[in-house]
Ligand binder design. Structure first.
Ligand SMILES: NC(=O)c1ccc[n+]([C@@H]2O[C@H](COP(=O)([O-])OP(=O)(O)OC[C@H]3O[C@@H](n4cnc5c(N)ncnc54)[C@H](O)[C@@H]3O)[C@@H](O)[C@H]2O)c1
Length: 241
């Protein structure tokens, strides 16, 4: 089960798992997802989708239950990739925008982890992959709500891991660096900021969705059975510089 797979990193990751023959349910609010699923089916990929707005609590609960029914009552892997970013100077950040960012990035992730774990705990096996960020480590600029949400993602990943690692569930997070997706359009269009960030990436390029596929497949496989509560940077070395 994956959220945020209508575009960006989540889409590449969903396709990476589908290519490997996995059954994947996308929880998506995008009206274009139906067409996306038809294209996947033409490739004989086992893809399903449930339409929902993950920032609406009742919708989220209904969507999770519907997805579990599609998966015959089981879930092996949950990937929480949906996320939003809203920019304002910190002193002007409207609390309503703060709430919006926190509800999707943090509360929805917390809620889905909890729901998935309740299914996984019954069979004593499961893999949960959350999406953290460089802003789990740094505060950033004009994205104070986003930084708050991603800092918290690192913490709930560790907290859940402490309680579930001994019960067969691995909870880890990917912390992407600067990736070329629509989320970063503002940064990519800001010439000086773009240069400043690019100069700091030892790999000399921004990341792509493809760069996240391998790490996610590793975290979803038995190869990562002894990896718990890790926040793994996928950042071309950005954090080290
Ligand atoms: N792009 C980056 O540089 C970067 C860096 C670090 C972390 N991340 C994180 O990785 C994840 C994916 O980022 P991306 O760059 O692919 O973003 P994106 O904006 O391209 O895609 C975000 C996805 O979330 C979905 N989404 C947003 N609001 C939703 C809602 N209310 N209900 C259901 N789905 C909703 C969108 O439909 C979309 O599929 C996010 O959690 C983001 O914070 C991204």
């Amino acid at each position: 089960m994956i959220t945020g797979a209508s575009r960006g990193l989540g889409r590449s990751i969903a396709e990476g798992f589908l290519k490997e023959g996995c059954t994947v349910v996308l929880l998506s609010r995008s009206s274009k997802t139906e067409q996306q699923i038809l294209e996947y089916r033409e490739k004989n990929w086992k893809a399903f989708y449930i339409e929902c707005d993950l920032s609406v609590r009742e919708d989220r609960s209904r969507a999770f239950d519907d997805a579990i029914k599609l998966l015959d009552g089981e879930i092996d892997v949950l990937i929480n990739c949906a996320g939003i970013q809203i920019r304002h100077p910190a002193e002007e950040f409207p609390i309503s925008d703060f709430d919006e960012v926190l509800e999707l990035n943090l509360t929805a992730t917390y809620d889905l982890c909890q729901r998935a774990a309740n299914v996984m705990l019954k069979k004593g096996y499961g893999k949960i992959i959350n999406f953290a960020s460089m802003n789990s480590f740094f505060g950033g600029y004009t994205i104070s709500a986003y930084a708050a949400s991603k800092g918290a993602i690192a913490q709930i990943t560790k907290a859940f891991s402490n309680e579930w690692a001994g019960k067969g569930i691995n909870v880890n997070a990917i912390a992407p660096g600067y990736m070329s997706t629509e989320m970063n359009i503002n940064l990519i269009n800001d010439e000086s900021r773009y240069k400043e960030i690019s100069d700091r990436i030892p790999a000399h390029r921004w990341g792509t969705g493809e760069d996240c596929v391998g790490p996610c497949i590793f975290l979803a496989s038995r190869a990562s059975d002894y990896l718990d509560g890790a926040i793994i940077p996928v950042d071309g070395g950005y954090l080290n510089k």
